[in-house]
Design a protein. Structure first.
Length: 202
């Protein structure tokens, strides 16, 4: 094949691919949903379904328990999500069937951590935690502690990092009364939001 002819065909192929790419865009540059099952929810919709109000979550937990599901509860600020958080939640999930994560609201974080916190707003923190494969549902609580939420949800397992002494773990007595258990999971050295912030501002 002459060189000029081959180059022309290659160029033509590039033009065709470019045309195909443009056709996949709708008006205003929005992509069309080629290849998606019609009626199937988008990834963003699935993510949003994992973020529940306390009322919605309480009803869901009741139903899951009737089905024999073991409910695990974890909570925290999750400001600047890092590998330590991810590993702790992965380990937490192993203690049951469904992992619920309660996230401190912006006001709650500010009360606990002081001015300048949180770094990320509560909805962003909730979406990031909900995106983790180990996490089944996420809710946001406004109070300084999750005591009332734990009382309402009545999980089977309450998980905290091992840096928390048992005597300071909120809700431990609630699980003691209901026959549940408290699990303290060892932390991975070198990972913390405070440490990350110091490195960023150094």
């Amino acid at each position: 094949m002459p060189v000029g002819e081959g180059a022309h065909q290659r160029f033509g192929g590039c033009r065709q691919r470019e045309a195909d790419a443009h056709r996949s865009l709708g008006e205003g540059g929005h992509t069309r949903d080629h290849g998606l099952v019609r009626g199937a929810p988008h990834a963003s919709q699935l993510l949003q379904q994992k973020i529940r109000s306390a009322t919605s979550l309480a009803l869901l937990v009741r139903r899951l328990k009737r089905q024999g599901q073991r409910i695990v509860f974890a909570n925290g600020c999750f400001d600047l999500l890092h590998v330590g958080h991810v590993l702790l939640l992965e380990r937490a999930k192993r203690f049951g069937d469904v992992l619920l994560v309660a996230i401190n609201s912006d006001r709650s974080v500010k009360t606990l951590k002081g001015l300048g916190r949180p770094i990320m707003p509560q909805q962003d923190r909730a979406r990031l935690v909900a995106a983790l494969a180990s996490v089944d549902y996420v809710t946001i609580f406004e109070t300084p502690t999750p005591y009332e939420l734990i009382r309402r949800l009545q999980p089977d397992v309450l998980v905290k990092g091992a840096d928390w002494p048992l005597s300071r773990i909120v809700g431990r007595e609630l699980l003691g009364r209901s026959g549940g258990r408290v699990v303290r999971i060892p932390l991975i050295n070198g990972y913390s939001t405070t440490k990350l912030l110091k490195q960023i501002t150094r």
